[in-house]
Design a protein around this ligand. Structure first.
Ligand SMILES: C[S@@+](CC[C@H](N)C(=O)[O-])C[C@H]1O[C@@H](n2cnc3c(N)ncnc32)[C@H](O)[C@@H]1O
Length: 270
């Protein structure tokens, strides 16, 4: 659905602050790179998938589809690669991962909310919150979660809220027992979407996400726009995270080069 990284990159410098987005972006310096750190990967050219209008329109359609056919729960990204199942299984097997029964989980850019429902089915019973800046996504996630008796039972404690990762006040998601951050923070396709919103916002994202993860907590990022090395540069390069593992996907060879269509990298907050 997104474009291949190599094909969509442009020769732009991320250090130049652009004017693509007029939102108020607080707290820009948390997790910022020091000059000693290596260069960030080249940003992607902006596209409509980086706009809120795109996501609002998509989820409005999916809301209405789901209302007329409850079996149609909308798009779960990277289904072809079985990303949801592979990611939840990876988390369950991760050495030193927080316990399933109590771990708090925050899903960034939750879309239809299926990732958190999948974790519930895998026995993750701690607090679970999905956030998205599209109110339509939040409405869809709530509608999907409550649309069947089984799903409603599985998702009893799953919360969904409207929150902008780049511009939202941290108080909206860092409160109570999660004041110091969440045990597990998930991102499936959201950094990809933000990467298509303009170079400035893409560069700010890792620093905005860092305070959401508690010290020693886990961040899992799944992307089709960035390779594992590039994800490591974006997130571990900012100095707040260390790479703690990867999810394996089927690989392919093209022109003598081996690759895979998506990447999921696991980070631990330092
Ligand atoms: C590719 S979709 C992934 C949805 C979901 N994670 C999944 O795997 O099905 C990207 C999501 O990120 C959300 N998003 C993009 N920018 C955001 C931002 N600044 N704050 C919160 N959500 C954002 C979009 O509304 C959309 O739901």
């Amino acid at each position: 659905m997104f474009r291949h990284p190599v094909a969509s990159k442009t020769e732009v410098q991320i250090s130049q602050r652009g004017t693509e987005d007029s939102r108020q972006i607080p707290n820009l310096d948390q997790g910022a790179r020091s000059p000693a750190m290596g260069p960030q990967p080249e940003p992607l050219a902006p596209s409509e998938l980086g706009t809120k209008e795109y996501w609002d329109a998509l989820y409005a359609r999916e809301l209405s589809n789901h209302a007329s056919d409850p079996a149609d729960t909308g798009t779960s990204w990277f289904e072809d690669s079985d990303a949801e199942r592979k990611t939840t299984r990876f988390l369950g097997a991760l050495a030193g991962a927080p316990p399933k029964a109590t771990a708090s989980v925050l899903d960034l850019g939750c879309g239809n909310g299926s990732m958190l429902l999948a974790l519930r089915r895998e026995g993750w019973t701690g607090r679970a919150l999905g956030v998205d800046y599209s109110a339509k996504s939040v409405a869809l996630a709530r509608q999907v979660a409550s649309s069947s008796a089984a799903a409603a039972a599985a998702s009893a404690a799953v919360e969904f809220a409207e929150w902008d990762i780049l511009g939202g006040a941290y108080a909206g998601v860092l409160a109570g027992e999660q004041a110091g951050g969440w045990d597990v923070v998930l991102d499936k396709g959201t950094f990809d979407a933000v990467s298509l919103a303009g170079r400035r916002l893409c560069g700010l994202y890792p620093g905005r996400v860092a305070p959401l993860v508690r010290e020693g907590g886990i961040l899992l990022v799944t992307s089709c726009n960035w390779t594992e090395d590039e994800l490591a540069d974006w997130f571990a390069g900012a100095g707040c995270f260390a790479v703690a593992g990867r999810v394996g996907y089927r690989s392919f060879s093209f022109g003598g080069v081996k690759g895979q269509t998506i990447s999921t990298l696991c980070f631990r907050k330092l």
